[in-house]
Design a protein. Structure first.
Length: 484
């Protein structure tokens, strides 16, 4: 598979990645009445908030423990405990996540101990879930921070199999009555869906529609399509998230028919959920391209026991037609991709399915998925690395976030904006990439970017005679030359 090329420089010249605390905050924002709190300086939180506001163009609830010079040296335990208490008193959220930054990790914080101390000292806030996660920004990326936070939320909020309704050793009469009473209150045919950071609010809305066509009820964990979809609300202001997955849903995950996990970065979280609940897992690396979506539809047909709806069959045929229409532009196209591993794998599979060649693949950090990506080589680096590799390989199209726009300009290639953050276009966060319909539109977008750029085409032939004056094309007597 891919040859992983490690970093060979001591700094990022043109950074590609977003930090782990940003990923952890994004995961938190997908839950209803939630508040992420970054354990670090106010600047760390302000920087993350700028990313979110520019990307989603919405007010983002985000708090800080506001470490200063003194607490950085002497310890900031009191900052954490006081921060949790203040948020719980003023906003009464359902969930608070404590996400460490590089400053707090370097100082040597123990946020798990801080949460235990807060619980002991403030029993009146027992109804507020508090989850601490180590997310230093000097390692990992938005992808790993998102996955780590979701894993810890599952660990803290999902009851184990003895309580979730799947533990056979506890099937007493009283227990069965309890379980049946609870299940009567739950909608039937529930499916848990663990969704990667790369899925947009638009993706989740499209995915919900696909599940419902199979008469299934998806519970997205987390669900940013309900909290970060740009919907106007009746409330003038809310200090916590509005919409998202209610925490009460976390207690019902053991009653689902199955768990569908989308994104290899969440496989650890899915393993934990299956160990807790006993619910079987269907794992999908992504939902870009024909093969990946065929795998999803087959899984949903198996889970639901239903035939594939005609509407989905038609959408698949439409995608196949789009593949025929666009392969003239995309076949043998030389593409550079810069993204975190989940999104990188998705785009590599999509463009290779169309016959394009990935000549530059750059990602932010080394994760196990990279070894399975079918690219010649993958560079652990930044956008400068992509520019150097892309220039050497005469790249014709760039795929990356808004930070890669200037790089694409220097390479003289068009860019498809994808990933996080997208701050120089309107509605980028809402774009639908997945499913047969999303993939179809993505192929059209790619083809439209390169349709006016010639590549691998036969140059126009100019006759040598067209450059000569008329006197050279006639004889001395003025008669036209004849061929014998």
């Amino acid at each position: 598979m891919a040859d992983i090329l490690k970093r060979n420089k001591a700094l990022s010249v043109n950074p590609l990645k977003a930090s782990q605390p940003i990923g952890g905050s994004l995961a938190t924002l997908g839950f209803n009445r939630a508040m992420p709190m970054l354990h670090g300086s106010q600047g760390c939180t302000a920087f993350a908030k700028v990313f979110f506001v520019r990307h989603f163009r919405e007010p983002i609830p985000l708090q800080s423990t506001a470490m200063d010079q003194g607490s950085s040296v002497m310890g900031a335990d009191e900052n954490v405990r006081e921060g949790i208490r203040t948020i719980a008193e003023k906003s009464r959220p359902a969930l608070i996540t404590i996400l460490t930054t590089g400053l707090a990790e370097t100082q040597g914080c123990d946020v798990q101990r801080n949460v235990r101390e807060f619980r002991e000292a403030n029993p009146e806030f027992s109804d507020v879930a508090v989850v601490a996660v180590n997310t230093p920004d000097f390692t990992g990326s938005v992808e790993t921070g998102y996955a780590a936070t979701l894993t810890e939320i599952i660990r803290a909020l999902v009851p184990d199999a003895k309580e979730a309704g799947t533990y056979p050793g506890k099937r007493t009469t009283a227990w069965m009555q309890e379980v049946e009473q609870r299940r009567e209150q739950l909608p039937e045919r529930q499916v848990n869906v663990l969704v990667s950071y790369m899925l947009t609010p638009g993706d989740l809305e499209a995915l919900r529609d696909i599940f419902e066509q199979f008469q299934l009820r998806p519970v997205f964990v987390p669900d940013i399509s309900d909290s970060l979809d740009g919907c106007l609300t009746a409330e003038d202001f809310s200090p916590v998230t509005i919409g998202g997955t209610p925490l009460s849903e976390m207690a019902t995950l053991g009653d689902a028919l199955a768990t569908v996990v989308i994104g290899a970065s969440l496989y650890k979280a899915a393993e934990l959920l299956e160990a807790r609940t006993g619910v079987p897992t269907y794992s999908l690396d992504h939902l870009y391209g024909l093969k990946a979506n065929d795998k999803l539809i087959s899984a949903l047909a198996e889970i639901s026991g239903r035939e594939v709806p005609e509407r989905i069959e038609r959408q698949r045929s439409q995608l196949q037609d789009a593949m025929l229409d666009t392969h003239f532009m995309l076949g043998q196209l030389r593409i550079a991709i810069a993204a975190d591993a989940d999104l990188l794998a998705a785009f590599v599979d999509l463009v290779q399915e169309m016959g394009a060649e990935v000549v530059a693949a750059v990602t932010s950090c080394n994760v196990p998925l990279l070894a399975r990506i079918p690219a010649a080589s993958i560079k652990i680096g930044d956008l400068e690395d992509m520019e150097i590799i892309g220039k050497a390989n005469k790249v014709q199209l760039v795929i990356g976030n808004s930070h890669a726009v200037d790089t694409a300009g220097r390479l003289g290639a068009p860019i498809l904006r994808a990933g996080f953050p997208l701050y120089d276009i309107i509605g980028g966060y809402q774009k639908t990439w997945i499913g047969y319909r999303g993939t179809r539109q993505t192929l059209f977008d790619l083809a439209n970017l390169v349709i006016n750029y010639s590549h691998e085409e036969i140059p126009v032939y100019h006759s040598v005679y067209a450059q000569k004056p008329a006197s050279e094309l006639t004889g001395h007597t003025g008669q036209a030359l004849s061929c014998h």
